[in-house]
Design a binder for this molecule. Structure first.
Ligand SMILES: [Mg+2]
Length: 177
């Protein structure tokens, strides 16, 4: 439905190869900060590595689409087998479209995952791909993101209660917030 996230899930790490395959997804495009890596803990990479390797073993590729600059993204992903597009200009769709083109991905086989409605979900929708909104990995953010979070509040509320954002899976212990 338009600019609405297609699915919601508590965390990107709860997304499994089987669930992706069921929906015809072969590429996970993902935001970096607070979706894949906590914004203030750049060394929390073991979980990311494990998750990306599990997907890769199932033939599913993870590609970061970040608004950060090349240097910053390259540094954050240094030891990981994950490719990326930097300076994506979300909420504009250009970065996501560049990823689709550069990696030869069709819209139907991609899903965009992110923790922010106004950047990740809007950009994914404008680029014509399905989207998953996740809860941010940590509750505190940099000042610019805090402003976004404030503006997002009514949207997150609707995402939480509304039927048109479907749960990605039947998670028992973790909840979207
Ligand atoms: Mg983010």
């Amino acid at each position: 439905m338009g600019f609405w996230p297609t699915w919601k899930v508590s965390s990107i790490f709860a997304i499994t190869p089987a669930q992706l395959r069921d929906r015809g997804k072969k590429y996970v495009l993902t935001d970096l900060d607070n979706t894949l890596i906590p914004w203030n803990q750049k060394d929390a990479l073991d979980q990311v590595r494990q998750w990306a390797q599990t997907l890769r073993a199932a033939g599913i590729q993870v590609i970061v689409v970040s608004n950060n600059n090349h240097h910053r993204v390259a540094e954050a992903l240094a030891d990981l087998p994950i490719q990326f597009v930097a300076r994506a200009l979300k909420p504009l769709p250009v970065g996501i479209k560049r990823a689709l083109k550069d990696f030869g991905i069709t819209n139907a086989e991609a899903v965009m995952v992110g923790d922010q409605y106004f950047t990740d979900v809007v950009a994914g929708s404008l680029a014509g791909v399905d989207t998953i909104i996740v809860a941010p990995l940590v509750d505190t953010d940099g000042w610019n993101t805090r402003i976004n979070r404030f503006l997002e509040k009514p949207f997150r509320h609707l995402i939480r209660v509304h039927n048109w954002t479907k749960p990605w899976s039947h998670e028992k212990h973790a909840k979207f917030r």
